[in-house]
Each structure stands twice: as C-alpha cells, then as structure tokens.
Design a binder for this molecule. Structure first.
Ligand code: NDP
Ligand SMILES: O=C1OC[C@@H](O)[C@H](O)[C@H]1O
Length: 386
C-alpha cells in the first residue's frame, strides 16, 4: 500500500473528440472513484493546426491556467514538465506520433489500435525498451471494474471451461449519408474501417475471456478465419466477422457500421457479449463501456459440478464522478510509471500484439492495405505533422 500520492503529469497530443473526453476524465478528482494513491495533472496540450486551438481546448475543459498550449506536437513532446503523452490522433498516425514522443523520452498512452500493424508496434516496443519508457494501448474497456471482475471470475474457473465467446461492437449508421468518404471511420487515408475502430472491442472481449484468463506461459495466438464486406465508396471494411479458434474454444468477434444491437435510442437488442463456460453463461450489456453483467448457471441436473453462483444481474457505475470511465486506464498508467514499469499486466505488449496480429491477418485475408506510407515503419516521415 502506497501512502504518498503520486502525480502523473500529462501532455495531450491532438484536440479531437476523444482527446476532449479523456482529458475531461483526467480532470475529475480520483477520490470520486475511491482512488487515493494517484492523481493526474494536465500540464499541456498541442494541436497540429494552431496554438490557439490547443488553448481553446484547454479553456473549454477548464484545465488549470498553468497548462500550456502548443501549436505543434514537437513542442509538446519536448516540454520537460510532461511525464506522459496521450496520443489521440487517428490510427493512421499513431506510429509516427508515438515514436515522436518516445524518442523525446516520454512515456506514452496511445489510443486504440496502438498502431496499424504488428510491425510498427514491435518497433515501438524496441524504442520503449531502449529509452526505458512505458507504453500502453488505450483499451480503456479493460480497466472498468466490471471487466476486471469478469476476468477474475473466469480465471478462477468459476464459469468452468470457456468454450465459446460471442462479442459484437457495431454502429447503426446510414454510412453514405453519415460518413461519406472523408470521415475517419471510412477514410482509408486515416486507416478507416469497422475492424480497427470498433471490431477491436469485440476482439478485446474474446481475448479477455479466452486468452488473458490463461496462465501467461499457456497463452497462444488463435487460428483466424474471417469474412468482410467492403464499403463501395472507399474500400474500407464496413462489416467484418472473425472466427477465432483457441485450441477448441471458439470466439466470434463481429463488427458493423450498418447494423447494431441498438437500432435506435429507445430500443436495444441483445447484450453485446456472451461468454459460455461449462458451468454457465455470462453476458455483458455493452462491449466498450460495460455497465451490467448477467450470470446464468447451467442446470445442475445436467452437470456433475454445479456452478457456485446464482442467476443475477450485477450493475456497476461506469462513470463515477460524472466521467466517462476513461480515468481507470489513466490510473493504471500512473501506477506503472510510478513503479518504473514499462508495461501494464492488464493490457501488456504481447496481448496488444496478438490482437493486432488478428487484425493484420483479417486484412491479409481480404486484401485490405492502407495507402501511402501508413503501414511503413520508417521514421520520421513527411505528412504526419512532425
Ligand atoms: N477510446 C475510445 O473510446 C475512443 C477512441 N478513439 C480513437 O482515438 C483516435 C482519434 O479519434 P477521434 O478523437 O474520434 O478523432 P478526431 O477526428 O475527432 O480527432 C483526431 C485529431 O487528431 C489530430 N490530427 C492530426 N493529424 C490529423 C489528420 N491528418 N487528420 C485528422 N486529424 C488529425 C487533430 O487534432 P489537432 O488538430 O489538434 O492536431 C484531430 O482533431 C482514433 O485512433 C480512435 O480509434 C476514438 C473515439 C473513441
Ligand atoms: O473507440 C471507439 O469507441 C467509441 C466509438 O464512438 C468510436 O468511434 C471508437 O473509436
């Protein structure tokens, strides 16, 4: 138990949608979520377009007056007051921006997916080791108390042997009208497509249940087959289903930007995640930002060993203190940096790499290649605002 309060000093790289949401969470007092060992300070933010955009961002969020606004990412990563950089640019740009921050000696939290392919992430790991700096992929879902409890429940064997996992994260959109061709969701120049943006959450649940719950030495990459429908206007994947075989246990990870389990705001379909073990079934209401899970034991008459749990739905507060739930991953960064760790156990480098490996394989199976320099590992490259 740490008795002193550790402060992690953040620099925010980019000022778009998720940067705003994450920074708002950083500014919430951790005691509102019963966290008493770490605290966060927003020291600076940078926009690639102008310092005034970064200043507006800080003002809108009511960041402390001392927070600096920069008009370039380079200035931000060279600010000696910043410990860690949160990289919130489109996925296409993560590798170049992560590299920029690491090379400047900063720890990094990189939005999902950490890079567009395994090759790029492998190089980031090498740089992090060389510089002795922390990197984590910002898969915030994994740090929700609900996720941690579900993973512990499965790892303790309480659901028996997990045989199947179905996980979906999808949006119900009129793709042509709402995303057109330039929105980052569909724009190949920004590594768009359902798989990397949303499907990563479906894969996260499959991996949480079938990979992370195994002892580290027994974790193995799954066999992968997949089907993809492409968006006619840009060629990105608009609907992807991946079958994963973990040595006889199956995962089905699906994603779509056309249809979803929430057709409209009032009416929701079934839960997004279903985990089936030999002792029972566990469903989770919503893949990225879970709030409830429901346990259903298998009928004891059909089993030698009945599960030691009852049918119940458990509800969690997924946004204490008025937040969105992104602060839990930030708390993990603070503890890892405080303790001199280069990676987290909750989403370590190997697991991010395996998930990315599945996405690489799906893209390989369907000939999806991001254009220009997006898949390259050379650094620095022109055109990334460096
Ligand atoms: N964890 C989560 O829940 C979510 C995660 N994400 C992830 O966050 C990342 C960013 O998504 P989001 O915030 O929605 O995206 P936005 O388009 O809202 O913001 C991206 C920001 O990146 C900067 N940027 C730098 N270069 C470019 C470029 N060439 N084109 C566009 N923007 C550029 C801009 O900031 P500036 O002008 O200040 O430099 C821009 O505002 C993605 O990787 C996505 O997967 C997104 C949504 C939710
Ligand atoms: O990470 C994400 O989760 C929520 C979605 O709104 C967003 O598009 C995606 O990037």
């Amino acid at each position: 138990m740490t008795s002193t309060l550790y402060t992690l000093r953040w620099g925010i790289l980019a000022t778009g949608g998720i940067a705003k949401r994450f920074t708002k969470d950083l500014l919430i007092n951790p005691t509102t979520r019963d966290v008493h060992d770490v605290v966060h300070e927003v020291v600076a933010a940078a926009s690639s377009s102008s310092a005034s955009r970064a200043q507006d961002f800080l003002n809108d969020l009511k960041a402390p007056d001392t927070a600096k606004a920069y008009g370039s990412y380079k200035e931000l990563v060279n600010d000696p007051k910043v410990d860690i950089i949160y990289i919130a640019t489109p996925h296409s740009h993560h590798y170049q921006h992560a590299r920029l921050a690491l090379e400047a000696g900063k720890h990094i939290l990189v939005e999902k997916p950490v890079t567009v392919n395994v090759e790029q992430f492998t190089i980031l790991q090498d740089v992090a080791k060389r510089k002795h700096r922390f990197i984590m992929e910002a898969v915030w879902t994994r740090f929700f108390p609900l996720s941690l409890e579900v993973v512990d429940f499965i790892a303790a064997g309480k659901l028996g042997e997990i045989k199947r996992v179905f996980a979906d994260f999808s949006f119900w959109n009129h793709v042509e009208a709402e995303f057109g061709t330039s929105h980052r969701m569909v724009n190949m120049d920004l590594a768009g497509g359902a798989l990397l943006d949303l499907g990563i959450y479906s894969l996260t649940w499959v991996f949480q249940a079938l990979y992370h719950t195994q002892p580290e030495s027994e974790r193995k990459a799954p066999k992968v087959v997949s089907t993809v429908s492409k968006y006619a206007q840009t060629g990105c994947d608009e609907q992807t289903t991946v079958l994963l075989d973990f040595g006889g246990s199956h995962g089905v990870a699906s994603t779509s930007i056309r249809v979803a389990s929430t057709p409209n705001a009032e009416h929701k379909g079934s839960d997004d995640v279903r985990i089936q073990g030999t002792l029972g079934d566990l469903t989770v209401n919503y893949a990225p930002r879970p709030r409830t899970y429901t346990l259903t034991p298998a009928s004891s008459s059909s089993r030698g060993t009945p599960g030691e749990f009852k049918h119940e739905t458990k509800e969690f507060d997924n946004g204490p203190g008025g937040g969105h739930g992104m602060f839990w991953e930030a708390d993990e960064c603070a503890r890892c940096v405080r303790d001199g760790r280069l990676q987290s156990d909750v989403i370590g480098w190997k697991e991010s790499e395996e998930v990315l490996g599945v996405m690489d394989e799906v893209r390989r199976q369907h000939g999806i290649v991001y254009p220009g320099d997006l898949e390259k590992t050379e650094y620095p490259l022109e055109g990334f605002g460096l």
